[in-house]
Design a protein around this ligand. Sequence first.
Ligand SMILES: NC(=O)c1ccc[n+]([C@@H]2O[C@H](COP(=O)([O-])OP(=O)(O)OC[C@H]3O[C@@H](n4cnc5c(N)ncnc54)[C@H](O)[C@@H]3O)[C@@H](O)[C@H]2O)c1
Ligand SMILES: [Zn+2]
Length: 374
Amino acid sequence: MTGMRVLLTGGAGFIGSQVVEALLARGHEPVVLDALLPSAHPEPPPPRPGEQRIIADVRDRTAVDGALRGVHAVCHQAAMVGLGKDFADAPDYVSCNDLGTAVLLAAMAAAGVRQLVLAGSMVVYGEGRYTCARHGVVRPGPRAVAELEAGRFEPRCPRCGAELRPGLVGEDAPTDPRNVYAATKLTQEHLAASWARATGGRAVALRYHNVYGPGMPRDTPYAGVASFFRSALARGQAPTVYEDGGQRRDFVHVRDVAAANAVALEALPDRAAGTLTAYNTGSGVPHTVGEMAQTLAAACGGPAPVVTGEYRLGDVRHITASSQRIADDLGWRAATGFAEGMTEFAREGMRAGPGGAATPTAPATPAAPAAPEG
Ligand SMILES: NC(=O)c1ccc[n+]([C@@H]2O[C@H](COP(=O)([O-])OP(=O)(O)OC[C@H]3O[C@@H](n4cnc5c(N)ncnc54)[C@H](O)[C@@H]3O)[C@@H](O)[C@H]2O)c1
Ligand SMILES: [Zn+2]
């Protein structure tokens, strides 16, 4: 395949900067458009060697029109991520993520750019898939405060109250976004599907799981749980784990996610016009948050994790999905194993250095949310 010129929004971010590397390594020409949001970048990262960077907002139609010149495909990573501080953040999330996507898609429609890879998220599912021994697949609602207060973290069958067995969500599962961020990620997919239908475009949404790895933001309200644990360990403190540590997630390495983007971009020309297909993009192997804390602590030689029993409303208990469809259709599979990836991540955090690595002298931060999800 000859090199494609790809407009990569959010290309200065945690995942976007790895997508830059993956595209360059495969002979493509990434053009980054990023507003360098202060919430994502306490210090804006310098462009990578070979990276063309436009500092602009995706909501700025004129800038986007200019950035689309000569472009074959768009890889849309730009978004405000995390759970935000409170509901007052809702207009900012909707503006960045949904208005931003609409402006980008309208500009693509006008410029005749018909290929899109969208950074989706597993948050569109809400809770994972559960089976009741008596009632089969059921959909538990949000967990009640009284249950969480009592330390009963497992969702129960809405029909008989029995404990449920967690399973893997497939892409056809009903969506159930449970917070503003999740709603904006689902809306992005709906907008992209509408764009594809209206223009004959080809689109893929990659619903990433919990992405971790080098350059992961640390100690911002938007950082992931792996990053909080690592920062605590770098200060010589035990990672504090919410609930009972039994929450199941699929931790996928950022280099694997970047490769999935490159593979999806290369596959776009052969896909059916007028459609968007969503793919779960995970390692395929669930682990608990407690296991992750233990693995990081062991790799750092740090204190064992402390399980606090605290909880956050809006956190889901288990969310893991099957990544079989992307393997079957696009031939992508995660290559980095959990122990290998987490150990590398932990050791990076113990070294002072660039790329957001924590330093042992980093100051203690105020009570960090324990399980924010991308
Ligand atoms: N990190 C995860 O675990 C995870 C999981 C699922 C989905 N995602 C999705 O992956 C994508 C990248 O996330 P990330 O973790 O790299 O976050 P990040 O904050 O590191 O990167 C996002 C980048 O987008 C830029 N940006 C935000 N709004 C913009 C705007 N309006 N105009 C231009 N640039 C803008 C930011 O400056 C930042 O560089 C997002 O779409 C996110 O929803 C991430
Ligand atoms: Zn039941």
